[in-house]
Design a protein around this ligand. Structure first.
Ligand code: ADP
Ligand code: MG
Length: 148
């Protein structure tokens, strides 16, 4: 997967997310869950990207960013996977808030995929093998996406 993209509309950002979903199975982590860390400012396109990513996992429900929900679980019924967890740390002040949601158990299962927006707020508890995706705001409709 190429690691730097320019997008000038939300649909393209969703498509990039969707194609990443198809790629990640080719190189699953040796143990534990696949963890994606999404970083970048508000409006950068993290949630939009995850809408496409979830579509790629055949999840029908729409990924939203409701203000007061930190963690939401979605069922996956293909690829031998069980759950997709969408975590949004925008309002999180300390990693303990996430640990209290059974985070350690969630990241230990290879049947889970976890996407964490604002992951830089809980750096201390992110596993080393996590993928990093950076969103840079260029102008009203342009975003740069870096996948590491
Ligand atoms: P974040 O989760 O990073 O805060 P969102 O995905 O919720 O960002 O919001 C991105 C906002 O920017 C949306 O309102 C979307 O319509 C708008 N937008 C404009 N251009 C793009 C683009 N190229 N990619 C993603 N979002 C875009
Ligand atoms: Mg968001």
């Amino acid at each position: 997967m190429k690691n730097c993209y320019l997008t000038d509309n939300p649909k393209t950002t969703q498509k990039i997310g969707k194609s990443l979903a198809g790629e990640v199975f080719k190189k699953p982590p040796k143990k534990g869950a696949l963890v994606l860390c999404l970083v970048g400012e508000l409006g950068g396109g993290k949630t939009t990207f995850l809408q496409g990513f979830a579509r790629g996992l055949k999840i029908k429900e729409k990924i939203l960013s409701p203000t007061f929900i930190i963690l939401k679980r979605f069922e996956i019924s293909c690829f031998g996977l069980q759950s997709f967890y969408h975590i949004d740390c925008y309002r999180v002040e300390k990693p303990k808030e996430i640990l209290d949601l059974d985070f350690k158990r969630i990241i230990s299962s290879p049947k889970n995929i976890i996407a964490i927006e604002w992951a830089d707020r809980i750096k201390e508890i992110i596993p080393k093998h996590a993928m990093q995706i950076e969103f840079k705001f260029i102008d009203k409709n342009k975003r740069k996406i870096l996948i590491k």
